[in-house]
Design a protein around this ligand. Structure first.
Ligand code: SF4
Length: 488
């Protein structure tokens, strides 16, 4: 067939003038109004779907093989998103439901895939979660898994916690929460022993694509001499070294330690909104104190985190951490002049967004627009209260249930100096001609940012360095004065 034969003729042809006119129109107040009146359509939301969050947890335990009950395409999307963010393989298996599964139910698919996955990969645990299709047709996972075990397709004692993760209801943080709740309930069942205390802290990082953050939490605990179990630890799963040998089950929380977590001294979650149901379960079932704390972005929140650890475990704050704090305060003071008064658009998961706002307010910057694309009024109330707590939050606005196309309208009509969020904001940032500081998940178009912590005192320095140096780069590249910040 010749090339001419396959030429696609567009149904509608627009003149260059028309294209230019619309290009300019979408930057106007008039268009913004129409954009904000939009109800039925979501364009570029700042969130992913529930099962993607479930996969993060399902992979975060030792020897655990995530099992996706549903469509192969969905599983490929989750895995490729993790692979592109971490630049690591993301192992998961799927029972690849197709049209017949949608009509007759997915039990036959699950049976075959259970048997194959166990035989081939010998996991220590196989957490199961769903995509939209089995949720729409109402597949009954409880019976499917029980039947698979009765048929001896997998051993009876293989842990197979499961979570329903319909994407038409909630986001990746809800899938994370549902899967974590299910795994912990499954592993700890019957393990609570009255008066037994492991003396350990259970620390739950939440849906955090930054393995540097997880390592920072662990380092802080180690410096304070606090024994800990990180529940759902992805740090070695998604950031193992290159040794020349592929290890399917690298890292993850030890399953026995996770089971014993029910007898811990205290449990702290650092993401309130990504662990709501898990923490409810923990506060009813677990021994010891259970608490939710904000992600320790900036100095104040890090102080609160460290002081609470010191209080709970009766340990002094070590000199090393005190010195780190002093360095962070010094770095913030040194860089203050370059960020003070600048306006930012911030978007992403509620727990991350709250942390970034705290940091910006500490630096005297304005989180001018805050967008959380799937949120409740409770989340908005908390964000508004945080903005109101500082003079730098004056005039700033939080938008919930709005997407990044809404945010584009905002920054095109009332500009800001920079955006902070994941990779998906890059088009809005390009159109507005402002820098995008990549923080959150996913970050697919930069290397190693997922290894550099943004929490704790060191995280505050890292965040500050990334933001301020970019502003200095821009100034340096554009300022007529080539001696900027130098002496003749
Ligand atoms: S939204 Fe539903 S169909 Fe789409 S990738 Fe997620 S689970 Fe699959």
């Amino acid at each position: 067939m010749s090339e001419a034969a396959v030429e696609v003729r567009p149904l509608t042809v627009h003149t260059p003038e028309e294209i230019e006119k619309v290009k300019n129109w979408i930057n106007t107040e008039e268009y913004k109004e129409k954009n904000f009146a939009r109800e039925a359509l979501v364009v570029n939301p700042a969130h992913a779907c529930q099962p993607l969050g479930a996969l993060m947890v399902a992979t975060a335990f030792e020897g655990s093989l995530p099992f996706v009950h549903g469509s192969q395409g969905c599983a490929s999307y989750f895995r490729s998103t993790f692979s592109r963010h971490y630049r690591e393989p993301s192992a998961a298996t799927c029972d690849a439901m197709t049209e017949d599964g949608a009509v007759f139910g997915g039990q036959a698919n699950l049976f075959e895939a259970f048997e194959n996955a166990y035989t081939l990969y010998k996991p220590k645990m196989m957490p199961v979660f769903t995509t939209c299709m089995p949720e729409v047709i109402g597949d009954d996972l409880t019976s499917f898994i029980r039947n698979a075990k009765q048929k001896e397709l997998v051993p009876e004692d293989l842990p197979t916690p499961y979570a329903n993760t319909p994407s038409f209801n909630g986001t990746h943080i809800h899938g994370y929460d549902a899967m974590l709740n299910s795994i912990l309930k499954y592993l700890t069942e019957g393990r609570r022993i009255e008066d037994k205390c492991t003396g350990k802290l259970n620390i739950i990082p939440g849906f955090d694509g930054n393995v540097g953050n997880l390592r920072e939490y662990k380092r802080i605990c180690e410096l304070m001499g606090i024994p800990y179990t990180m529940l759902a630890d992805t740090s070695e799963v998604f950031d193992s070294g290159c040794t020349g040998t592929y290890n399917l089950y690298s890292g993850g929380t030890d399953i026995e330690e996770a089971a014993e977590s029910i007898n811990g001294k205290a449990t702290i979650s650092l993401q309130k909104y990504a662990t709501a149901s898990t923490m409810k379960m923990i506060s009813s079932n677990y021994a010891g104190v259970s608490e939710v704390m904000p992600m320790p972005f900036g100095v104040k929140k890090t102080d609160e985190f460290i002081l609470r650890l010191a209080e709970l475990f009766g340990h002094e704050v070590p000199d090393e951490l005190k010195a780190e704090r002093a360095r962070a305060v010094d770095a913030m003071t040194d860089a203050h002049q370059y960020i003070h008064g600048k306006k930012f658009a911030v978007y992403g998961d509620p727990d991350y967004v709250l942390g970034i706002i705290s940091f910006l307010l500490e630096m005297g910057a304005h989180p001018w627009y805050v967008v959380v694309s799937r949120a409740t009024k409770k989340i908005k109330k908390e964000i508004d209260a945080l903005l109101e707590s500082s003079m730098y939050g004056k005039g700033c606005t939080c938008y919930i249930n709005k997407d990044l196309w809404h945010l584009r309208s905002l920054i095109m009509t009332d500009p800001v100096d920079g955006m902070i969020g994941d990779t998906h904001g890059k088009w809005a940032a390009r159109d507005a001609g402002i820098p995008l500081f990549r923080v959150g998940f996913p970050m697919m178009d930069r290397v190693n940012l997922h290894r550099i912590p943004v929490v704790g005192y060191n995280g505050a320095i890292n965040l500050l360095t990334m933001i301020v140096n970019k502003f200095l780069d821009i100034r340096d590249e554009t300022d007529e004065n080539q001696w900027f910040e130098m002496m003749r």
